[in-house]
Design a protein around this ligand. Sequence first.
Ligand SMILES: Nc1ncnc2c1ncn2[C@@H]1O[C@H](COP(=O)(O)OP(=O)(O)OP(=O)(O)O)[C@@H](O)[C@H]1O
Length: 676
Amino acid sequence: MNIPRRPRVAIIAGSRETAGEIVAQLNGLFGQWIDFSGIPIKDWGDQDIDFDMVLISTHTIFLRNTPPWIKPGTVILVIRRTLTLGSWENVMAIPTGTRLLLVNDEKDSAEEAIALLYELGARHIECVAYYPGADLSEQLPIAITPGESHLVPDYVNQIVDIGDRVVDVGTMVDMLTQLNLLNGTTRNILARYAESIVSRSQGLELTMKGLIHAKKMLQQTLNMVQDVVIGYDQHGSITLLNQEAKAFFSCTAEEAQDVMRLLKQEGAECPSFEEEWKDVLTQIKKQKVILNNQHIVTNGRMTGGVLTLKVAKRVEELELKLRFQPKGHVAKFGFHELVTVSEKMKQIVQRAKKMASTDLNVLILGESGTGKELFAHAIHQSSKRANYPFVAVNCSALPDNLLESELFGYEDGAFTGAKKGGKPGLFEEAHKGTIFLDEIGDISPSLQSRLLRVIQQKEVLKVGGTRLFPIDVRIIAATNRDLSKLVAEGKFRDDLYYRLRVLQLDIPPLRERPEDIPYLATWFLERRGAHPGHVHQLKDALMRYPWPGNVRELENTMEYIAFMNEGCETLEDIPLFLQGSADTVSNRGTPHLDLQELPGEKRELLILQMIHQGRVSGQNTGRRALVRRARESGYVITENDMRKTLDQLREAGLIEVTPGRAGCKLTSKGSAYLQG
Ligand SMILES: Nc1ncnc2c1ncn2[C@@H]1O[C@H](COP(=O)(O)OP(=O)(O)OP(=O)(O)O)[C@@H](O)[C@H]1O
């Protein structure tokens, strides 16, 4: 293999020492990429090396003549030198108005050093050149010298040694640019170096400082991004990795080097960085990841790009969390928001108010949409815990492991993807307040055991933790399932059941308190600013319909009616399911649409809705029952077509189909899909 040679740079200086100093300094910074050789003037006669560039310590060097080994066309740069920041601070500490000696080995070099100090801005002092053999009548008490203390006269009582002068950043930038070596890495070295010296170019210094600042800001911003972010140049060489990227690939930008090599060596299958791509799904480190690649284009030319990587599982978890969203940590409703004219309900409200004055756990039973959560809020708001948090948790919205960590929290590093520093659980967040565990009937046996332990011991153990945290939380649980039946079937722990239902509230479904139907309907319409008279027109239909989704369904229906009939005196548009049960509009008849004629997505959505309604109203959701239900709602579908659609929904992960009478059930993905 032909390894390209490093460019050769000759450093010509007055003395061997100076040449050596400059070579040592430049080698320390760029020796990896450039081959430096120091040549004192007196030995510059014959050189058998072809140099690509010559750096001279002063432009007076070539007054003598140009050595023949410098080929015509070779780039020659004059080295500008400056002081380190430490030396400069010592010079600036000398009192203003001080007259002092500047001591060096020769007249020229002493005067050159004085010129440098003045150029850098040391205007507060007055320097007099001193060198061996200088004729000086006055004796000055202070001397500045660049490493030549031994030449300072004895009568001087304070020496400020400014040490060797160092090469200025401007010279380095010129050198690297000419050699085509100014890139991300060398720029970083320059930026760090610029922080330790006094620059002879104010403009360059400001630009450097600006660059350093901008780079720090960018790095910090990218470190806050929770995806993996990789920046690269036009050749695909990595210029930047954020914190996530370093952790994911376990390497630094220097180690990673090439973006495609990094991806390929981890087994990713993706197009080349020279193309832009969006949402490419592949596998890295045995995990599904989503890759995106975008170019940075300057003056119509691709000058680099940014590649981002998301771990698919993390995206799914976030999506789940968003859907789950604990419903806020304050109780929003009080008893005054519970609307009812039913005597049965009024008695239940009275019982609930009594329960609020105790600190005992409450179990609220009732079909979906009957107002269980509303009661939980109201009980908390009227209890002595009202000024503390009310944390509502939907236990059926999350898979078991996520629900566990949400409820009890986790310690740092408890599992992959766990947030650094751990996370407090909802029990902890509800301390001194109330936790509302909705859909308690759906929790797994292992979570039932953990919950029981929390209730018994009044202490929480975080996932992956060893310490127990004492908590003081009142539990209000609710479910639309028949918990006593689940207990009898061994699916729900009896000891937990008894702990939860110290007090029990049974909320009747809407069909068992029909007087509430028109009353609530009017209330919902008025709240929406709609004409309450509509209820009178619809009363029969409302009373005939069984309201399987209870008050929630009635509320949604009235919202629909208010919206669709805004500004209308008489009702123009009512939902299909009410048309079937309305005397007033029965002349419209119930149209029978063939479900197979609907677009696939619409058909699937309708069937998902039927499954959902069937489940919430405790009806059978088996294939035959769904065919029947479709017919009642005005659609026709054969059993065979229903089977096919159910299979498609199952394959898409939207439903679970259990053999036998249990029928179909929406998965959490299915519920989310339904909610839009
Ligand atoms: N008596 C009532 N007065 C006013 N609004 C009510 C009443 N009962 C229920 N609602 C309203 O109906 C909707 C459903 O109530 P809620 O969420 O409390 O029912 P739920 O029984 O907890 O339902 P799920 O079991 O599905 O969680 C809410 O918008 C609630 O405000």
